[in-house]
Each structure stands twice: as C-alpha cells, then as structure tokens.
Ligand binder design. Sequence first.
Ligand SMILES: Cc1cc2nc3c(=O)[nH]c(=O)nc-3n(C[C@H](O)[C@H](O)[C@H](O)COP(=O)(O)OP(=O)(O)OC[C@H]3O[C@@H](n4cnc5c(N)ncnc54)[C@H](O)[C@@H]3O)c2cc1C
Length: 394
Amino acid sequence: MNNKNILISGAGIAGTALAFWLKKYGFNPTIIEIAPKLREGGYAIDFMGAGYDVALKMGIADELKKVDIDFSKLKLVDKDDREIGSMNYQKVKNLMDGRAMTLLRSGLAKTIYHSLNNEIEIIFDNTIEQIEQDENKVIVNFKNGNSRNFDLVIGADGLHSIVRKLIFGEENKFEKYLGYFTSSYTINNYSIGNNAFSMYNYPYKQVAIYSNNKNQTTTFFIFNSSEKLKYNHHDTEKQKQILRQEFENGGWKCPELLSALDKTNDFYFDSVSQIKMDKWSKGRVTLVGDAGYCPSLLSGKGSTLAMVGAYILAGELKEANGNYQQAFEEYEKQFKPFMEKKQKSAQSFAKSFVPKSYFGIRLRNLAFKLMSISIFSKLFINQFKDNGLKLKNY
Ligand SMILES: Cc1cc2nc3c(=O)[nH]c(=O)nc-3n(C[C@H](O)[C@H](O)[C@H](O)COP(=O)(O)OP(=O)(O)OC[C@H]3O[C@@H](n4cnc5c(N)ncnc54)[C@H](O)[C@@H]3O)c2cc1C
C-alpha cells in the first residue's frame, strides 16, 4: 500500500468515520482536532438510507440502537403548549422497514469515536496553520509550532474548514447561505416530561425540544435572516446574545430555554449554509463531509452523508492501493453528482422550511396532517432512501 500516512483534520462525524475505514484497510491515519476534547451537542438526526448502510458495514448499528432516541411523535404546539398537529414517527420508521433511527449528533459522534478503540493517534487542542505539498509529500505546520510530513491530508473539519481555506481559498468563494441561522444546546435538570419532540413556530422562527429520561432537554432553534449576520465564529458570547435577541419575545417556553444559556457547555450556533465546489481535491489533499460538500441541515442528511463520503473515499484509496490521484478522482466521480442533487433539493426546501406568516404556518400544519395519510408519507419517505447511490463493497 502506498501513501499510508494520512492526516485528517477534524474529529467530527466525517473525520472519525474516515479514520475507522483507513485503519481497517491498513493505512495509518492521524487526526488533529481543534477542540480540547470530542465535541458534544447538536441536533437530532434522521439516521436512514445510505448512512444506515454504512453503520451496518462498520458494525456499529447495534451500538447506535442503544442511543436511538426513539421518540413517539413530532408534536406541533401553539404558544400555550397545546397540540395543534402531529406526525407519528413510528409509522415513518415502519415505512423504512425498521432501517431507521433518530440519533442526537452527540450520540452518533461518540459511537463512531469509541469504535476507533484508541488505536489511532488523535491530537486534540491543535490545528493546521500551513500546508505545503510537492510530488512526494505534504508538509504540515501546526499551531503549536510542530511540523510533520504526511503522504496525504484530508480536510474533515466542517463548514469552516481550515484545509479548504489553505488549499482552495476563502470560504465565501464556496459558501451558499440559505437564509437561516441555527442553534442547539443541552439543558440539564430540565424536562418537558414526555417522549415527543415538541415543535413551536411563529413567523420566521422555529424552536423544537426533546427531553430524555435523564432529565436533560436538547434544544433546536432556527430563525430566518435575509442578511447573513456578521460575528466571529469563536465568539460564543456574541452568538448567545444574537440568539437571545431573536427569541426572547417569542412566547411559549422560549424565556426559560434561553435562561439556561449561560449554564450550557455544548452550545452550537451557525449559519445554515452549503459548500459548493467544482473539485474536492488538489494534489495530495482532499475534503470530506461538510468541508467539501455541506448539504446543510435542510437536507436532513449532513451527518449521514459525511459518513458515506468517508466510506467511499477510504474504499477508493484501498482499491487504488494508495494511488491518491486515481482514488480521489473515483471518489468525486461516484459521489459528487449525488451530493449535488441532495444540495439542490435542500435549496428548494429552504424557501418553505420556516414559514414566514401565520397563514404559512397553517399550511405547514396541514401538510403534517396529510403526511399521516399513507400515500403522502410514502412520498415523503422516498427522499430519505438515497435511491440513486449504490454503495460498492470494498
Ligand atoms: C458540536 C457540534 C454540534 C453541531 N450541531 C449541529 C446542529 O445543531 N445543526 C446542524 O445543522 N449542524 C450541526 N453541526 C454540524 C453537523 O454535525 C455536520 O453538518 C455534520 O455532522 C457533518 O459532519 P462533519 O464531520 O463534516 O463536520 P462536523 O461534525 O462539523 O465536524 C468537524 C470537526 O472538525 C473540527 N474542526 C473545525 N475546525 C478545525 C480546525 N481548524 N482544525 C481541526 N479541527 C477542526 C470541529 O471541532 C469538529 O469536531 C454540529 C457540529 C458540531 C461539531
């Protein structure tokens, strides 16, 4: 096997899944992660389709089932917390022949991370500052002053990828902002005490919460903003301030959810954006997951397709015996057209995702009712099946 020493930037979903496969195929992956430890938190993920198939191949599907939040229904509520519509989630799962789970991002991230069994080198609290490549190697300089040579470098460092920036250019060349911001965090010692997802809407905004049986509640906020807000990605206090301003007069449970903001330790805040690139690879460097092809949360598929990309990329490197030119080309050929379709359908969904008027909210509630009629639920579920992508066995 050629080109065995591979640096992966980012220990998120894509980075850890990629390390899993590379290690299995006899490569020697190293991960570098900017956070001091594995990052927790994040939204709920519909885990079905090709991502589910990759989890089966990794042998982690049973572990994932243990963290399946398996909620009973998605409940639409009004400002007085009265149920005004619902979707039976168990029915959706049945339509997928049981090959579906609902996972919190943190549950998925931890499970993949643990499947690495401490067998690979992971450097936390550090990041790449400079990358230089020639015909034989990639020279990487790290923030802590160290410098190391690798055969290949793979950016799995999310929407604001440093590898993309250093190799391909500034983020704004590739970002397509979809008109929303999202936030998510966990509240300890607080529960709404049922096994449902409660979702509350008012024009331009949406809040959803779910409580587990450990007296913890996960929050999901999304709001429309026609202009992309300017703030520093590392300035958490500023992001919390924006979230408060957006939702403090929102009614329902918004004030009590926001009052827990200062105590949370897994706060996430970001724009809802996509990354669209002509090529994902340059020389000995390529990208996987959000770093290369972020489809956004509106696709409902960011995390699962990060895993699928990792599976294909590692598999092609194996098949090409480490010949990276051949592998990167095949990875893009197989997966890029599929991702472009997913991005397109998320873009069309963006217009109606959070209704902008009370009339729009009523229409959306009606759509929920229709969804419980079999023919419509089948149509709805088809988009999660990832028809059109055949996973090879490597
Ligand atoms: C804590 C967290 C919470 C999230 N919550 C939501 C959510 O609520 N809604 C939503 O739509 N999306 C959320 N996301 C994004 C979502 O998880 C991804 O879209 C999806 O999982 C794709 O996975 P990925 O591995 O490509 O990227 P991510 O899961 O974003 O992983 C990227 C990893 O790279 C690391 N990283 C970033 N920059 C550097 C750097 N310079 N050097 C080294 N490492 C770096 C990050 O810390 C992270 O661990 C969240 C991501 C994280 C990290």
